[in-house]
Design a protein around this ligand. Structure first.
Ligand SMILES: Nc1ncnc2c1ncn2[C@@H]1O[C@H](COP(=O)(O)OP(=O)(O)OP(=O)(O)O)[C@@H](O)[C@H]1O
Ligand SMILES: [Mg+2]
Length: 241
């Protein structure tokens, strides 16, 4: 069996009286693509932030292993070095710069200038962004900007990619394109993708983990999970599963 790339044990994160992530044991293996779904406030983004060091963990938070290394208590820059890249729920592109510049600056954080030029060209190619490379990101459509954000993550060649709502505000052919790109990224990296759009989640064709009130409710194949009665119940009053 492939090695776990993410392995959390009793991962817990509280904010005052709110337990956003509650005793989560989660395993993702090398090369895997997993979707994480769950209603608003289920703890998905907080879970991501625990993996990236955005919330620095101590012994009370349980433990996180990434690539076999115990990273509990590590800072974000240390976890990035281990090969973790995240696209956050809040857009992180620089609107006043071009597509090329946005991706190059990301590459430059882990490479010299020449290496960054090469990597940027490779990423542009991989995401079919070449024709848009000189466009200012602020002038692009929302869907195009989401793909630039993938480029920013990819430019550091992470082994583990976390995408928080990459399909938010995207429809039709753009989401098909995004599915293709995510599968392409998955050829070289393990991914966890959070999204609310069930059609998009089905199109990704991955195993699904459902979060509810900070805990894992169920894991499995899309067809089983999305037709599960418990899952339908947690979405009542939220979004239809
Ligand atoms: N920094 C914070 N301070 C206090 N409470 C927080 C903080 N971040 C998240 N929470 C709370 O923790 C719970 C989980 O939030 P989180 O953002 O992880 O949910 P989510 O599953 O990503 O939701 P959504 O689908 O809306 O993005 C919510 O009750 C939220 O209000
Ligand atoms: Mg969220």
């Amino acid at each position: 069996m492939r090695e776990p790339i993410v392995d959390t044990r009793e991962l817990t994160m509280r904010f005052g009286g709110v337990t956003a992530v509650n005793n989560v044991d989660f395993v993702l293996r090398e090369g895997e693509l997993r979707c994480l779904i769950g209603p608003n406030g289920a703890g998905k983004s907080t879970f991501f932030k625990c993996l990236t060091g955005q919330y620095i963990l101590n012994a009370d938070n349980g433990r996180v292993h990434i690539c076999g290394v115990d990273v509990t208590g590590w800072r974000p820059y240390e976890i990035v070095r281990l090969g973790v890249g995240i696209k956050t729920q809040v857009p992180s592109v620089m609107n006043g710069l071009t597509v090329y510049e946005n991706i190059w600056l990301s590459a430059r954080r882990v490479r010299d200038r020449r290496g960054s030029d090469e990597e940027t060209r490779a990423v542009l190619d991989e995401l079919d962004l070449g024709p848009l490379s000189r466009r200012l990101v602020g002038e692009m459509s929302h869907g195009e900007r989401q793909i630039v954000e993938l480029g920013i993550v990819l430019a550091q060649r992470p082994q583990l990619v976390l995408l928080d709502e990459p399909a938010a505000g995207i429809t039709g052919s753009e989401s098909e394109k995004l599915v293709t790109l995510i599968h392409r990224i998955n050829e070289n990296a393990a991914l966890i993708v959070v999204d609310h759009d069930m059609q998009f989640v089905r199109m990704l064709g991955a195993e699904i983990t459902v979060f509810h009130q900070g805990s894992i409710l169920i894991e499995g194949h899309a067809d089983d999970v999305l037709s599960d009665q418990k899952v339908r119940e947690v979405y009542v009053g939220n979004r239809a599963a």
